[in-house]
Design a protein around this ligand. Sequence first.
Ligand SMILES: Cc1cc2nc3c(=O)[nH]c(=O)nc-3n(C[C@H](O)[C@H](O)[C@H](O)COP(=O)(O)OP(=O)(O)OC[C@H]3O[C@@H](n4cnc5c(N)ncnc54)[C@H](O)[C@@H]3O)c2cc1C
Length: 474
Amino acid sequence: MSSADEKTYDVVVLGAGSTGENVADVVVRGGLSAVLVEEHLVGGECSYYACMPSKALLRGTEAIAEARAVKGAAAAVTGEQDVAATLERRDSFTSNWDDAGQVSWVEGAGIDLLRGTARLDGERTVVVTGPDGTETRLSARHAVAVCTGSAAAVPPVDGLPDVQPWTPREATSAKEAPRRLLVIGGGYVGCEMSFAWNALGSTVTLLQRGDRLLPGAEPQAGDAVLASLRDRGVDVRLDADVTAARRDGDEVVLTVGTEELRGDEVLVATGREARTTGIGVETVGLEPGEYLDVDDTLQVRGLPWLYGVGDVNGRRQLTHMGKYQARQAAAAIVARARGEEVAVEDWSPYTATADRAATPAVVFTDPQVASVGLTSAQAREAGVPHRVVEYPIGSVAGASLFADGYEGTAIAVVDTSREVLLGVTFVGPAVAELLQAATIAVVGEVPISRLWHAVPAYPTVNEIWLRLLETWRG
Ligand SMILES: Cc1cc2nc3c(=O)[nH]c(=O)nc-3n(C[C@H](O)[C@H](O)[C@H](O)COP(=O)(O)OP(=O)(O)OC[C@H]3O[C@@H](n4cnc5c(N)ncnc54)[C@H](O)[C@@H]3O)c2cc1C
C-alpha cells in the first residue's frame, strides 16, 4: 500500500451485493487480497429490496392457503392475516435495512470494505468517492470485478417518471398497503407483488402489455397465475398499453387505451437496466448504460483484467446465478493470477452450463412456477429435436395428500435424439422444492432410461417424475 488515498489489491470489486461478496470471498480463499466497494447497503438488492423482503411478504399468505387446502386443518384458520406482523417479519428479514451483520461477515472473511461510490479510471484503476467526499485511488494487480447490478427500467411512457412511481424497491419496502395499487408489467416481479399486496389489503390492477403473464415461461404457467390472480380479485388486464401517466392530487392516473385508471401508487415492474452509468466504463472504451459483454469466465471481451459478474452482464438476473457466476469468475481470476490457462467453453445447445441451458428459477406466486432449462418454445427456437411431455400433478397421491383439490401441471421437454431432459417446469402449490431434482437431471444430462431408477418415495409430490416417465414411454 503506497499512501492513505492510494491502495493496491490483487482484486478490486465494485458493488457488495450477493455477487460482489461472493467474488471477493472466493478470491480471498484462493490466496489473493480483495477490497469490496459499496455505496449503499452491503448485501445489495437481494437482501434489502428484492428476494428476501418479497418472499417474506408472500410467505404468510402461502402458509394460510396451505392450511386452508387441508380438510380438518382449515378449521384452525379462523382469522385474517395479520398485516402488521407480516410487515414486521419482512422488516426482520431485511434487518431493518441495516447491513451491520453483512459487514461483520465481510470483515470475518478477510475482505477489506470501502464505503463510497466507485468508478473506473482507466486500466486496473478505480477511484472511490467516500461519503465525506474524499477520494481513494485503488489499483488492481490482477482483476477488477464490476458487480454493480441492475436498476429498475422505467419505460418511456409520457409523464411516468414525474408521478414518482414505485420501483420494486418501494414495493418490497413499503410500510403499509396502498388502498389501490396499479402494477405495470406482468413478469415475475409484477405478478409476485400483485399477489402480495392484494393479500395485504390493496385493490390491485395488473396491466400487462402482451397477451400472457410470465411470457418467458411455459404458457400453462402464465394461464394458471392469471386465473388465480383473477380468482383473488386482482383486475388483470392483458394487451394493456399504458400511454400516459399523471398525478391528480394524491392519485396516480394512467391512460390505458381510451380508459383512465386511478390508483394511490403505481408500481413499474417492466424489467431492469444495467448499472453501468456513472461508473467510468467509458475510460476503458465501453458504453455507459450497456450490459457488460462477457465470456463464460465472466471476463469482459477485449479487456482481460476486467470482469462483469451478476446482474450487470444481463445474462441471468437472479441471485443464485450471480453467485454461480461469482464462483466461476473468481476461480478464473485465481487461476489466471497463478499463470494457469483457463478454457472458455463455447455455447452449444448441448452444453448444459447453468447460465446457458440450466438456469433454475422460481416464481413465488400461488400456484408457484418452478422451472429449469429450456422451455418448449426455447427448444423449438434452438432447433433441438424434442418432445413435450405433460402431466397433471394433482393426480399423484402425494399431491392429493398435500392439498385437497391440488391443481398443477408438470411439463418436461425431452431431447428426442439423446433422450435426456432439456427443461422441466412445475406449476402448482409448493413446487419450488421439486426443482432441484429437475436441475440435477438437466445439468447431469441423465438419460431417461436411467431416471427410471431414481424412484420417488411414496406418497410424495415427487411421484410426478414417475408419471412423466410413463407418459414419455407411452
Ligand atoms: C422484486 C425482486 C425480487 C427478486 N426476487 C428474486 C428471487 O426470489 N430470487 C432470485 O434469485 N433473484 C431475485 N431477484 C433478482 C436478484 O435480486 C438480483 O439478481 C440480485 O440481487 C443481483 O445481485 P448483484 O450482486 O448482481 O447486484 P445487486 O444486488 O444490485 O448489487 C449491486 C451492488 O452494487 C452497488 N453499487 C452500484 N454501483 C456502485 C458504485 N458505483 N460504487 C459502489 N457500489 C455500487 C449497489 O449499491 C449494490 O449494493 C429479484 C429482483 C427483484 C427486483
